[in-house]
Design a protein around this ligand. Sequence first.
Ligand code: CO
Length: 668
Amino acid sequence: MVDQHTHLQAADLEEEVQADHPLRIQDLTLRDGHQSLFATRGRTEDLAPIAEEMDKVGFFAMEVWGGATFDSMHRFLGEDPWERIRTLKKHATRTPFSMLLRGQNLVGYRNYPDDVARAFTERCCVNGIDVFRVFDALNDFRNFQTVVEVIKEQDKHFQGSICYSLTEERMGGEVYNLQYYLDKAKELEDMGADTICIKDMAGIIAPYDAYRLVKSLKETVKPPIHLHSHFTSGMGDLAMLKAIEAGVDIIDVCLSPWAYRTSHPAVEPLVVSLRGTNRDPGFDLRRLTKCAEHFKEITPKYRHLLDDRITIIDANVLLHQTPGGMISNLVNQLRQMDALDKLEQVFEELPRVRRELGQVPLVTPTSQIVGIQTVNNVLFDSEEERYKMITAQVKDLCYGLYGETPAPIDPEVRKKALQDYPRGSEPCSCRPADILEPELDQARKETEGLAKDIDDVLIYALYPTTGKKFLRWKHGFEEMPEEVKPRTLEDVKREQELVEKAKRGELVEKPVKEAPGKGQNLRTFNVFVDEEYFKVEVENTDSRPLISSVTPMGGQAQQPQAQAQPQQQPQPQQQPQQPEPAPSEPKQEKSAAPASGAGIPVEAPMPGMIIRYEVQEGDSVNEGDVLLILEAMKMENSITAPSAGTVREVRFKEGDNVQKSDVLAVVG
Ligand code: CO
């Protein structure tokens, strides 16, 4: 018999009755909504104007920050991430603000030392975050310790999260079974969690699993239970409804314009579905509609970022138990490497790599770690040798730097990964942050004269390369590049008109005859029209956009577009930002291979960004020495010397974007 507090009952009376267990609802539109649909590109100027109205709805909290926002804002939007919290807070004073905090990874992709974690969490509290949804990609809660201490000291709400994962079609099996989640929930209760969240980042929780899980959690632990899921697989609303029937206390939704697809169930239909039941949240539908109108108005600015697949749901997620964002990352990565035909091999290799790496949940950053290693294996391994190109992050994972994996790591893989690993070949089993040296003082020193306050220092401490770039823009040391500046709705309209003209053939002749050189401010758009796909490059000159090229790329319209991952936006072919100082002898073009006999060119195996060179021109190196670190898809890859010799040329510098096959260095 289901008790009346958890069972959905229609009220007998015609007049409104007060629900005895009203469902609490958190809105995600301002964070996970645009992170899921528009690569986290939502701008403060578009979000702030509606915050005041949303504040009146009565949400449990509004998620406004964390996750990828910090990275995306400083890197792609030229916005100070801290400023967003403060600005929104001016408009929404009543509803608590929540953020997604990746435990000791904070809002980055690696574990930061305790001094950085403490300072960062404190600044989140001071700047206006009230509710902290803390998770760890391995569900290793030792990675919560430091940030939770600060959250508690600051008297804020600690929401402990468990990453929901599966290794088979339904909940069960050796690792992710019911008992696993109940044990994790008890651990969180003991840590003082104010609420407990089941974080289903992939949208793979099936409705009846959600029911069983929530019901058991309610019987096992005291803190309110919160369910976070995504619509990706199409089960989102069904899972929510079953969770509501099972007595879930809080759920996550978005306003309808930014709901569904890889985002979340929409709030409006749920509110109406629950009306008059004892779970009625009591929201005003008119107010929600008014809020939704705003998002409809601004969405044209972001439409080009939307995954334009024909189907709203991604059945591949059901098939592979893999987050949708991860699948589109894999597709994009393969496409960039001209290896899209290897997709099936990647799907075959993926569960194997995941198992060998300890059956980790697939969430940032482990989804990237597993995904990229899988692609590396498919592309670079030979019959005789697996794991030929191991990323730095896989080595760290094998060492224990991310924490304890849910299942043991394959000993062979671990041994290979830790060969020549700088911290030693014996993995560590301690709390990962215990072996990290403090970094904050060093970050302070390195930003002297550039950082104005601790918030600036933290941007650099979390993201040294792009953070420094951003601080230079922010404080006027460097002009902000055109592509990070906001677009107006007028810009969007003009661009659309130009695209229309181009499609009619009216613009094609002109640029062919007198095409100007492509400049730094070029933006590239993928335009999909029925079965056709155009690559359109637009550049602003004299404040009027000029179409630099329109390339029909027929027959690719069905393929999914870049989504949710900043790195995979189609990028214009980029020349190194600054020309080299005038060389004393004639030099070849940057990317051209050198004449034979002039050394071995070391090419980029994939497109990415140069994190740093470990060598300088003139250095002598041994075969296998690390020449440089190339960041691709947020993973760091060591590029090593193909043979012993002298570094003859270093062709790029820190922060440069490179394309596949660009020559990065010449050794000989
Ligand atoms: Co999410």
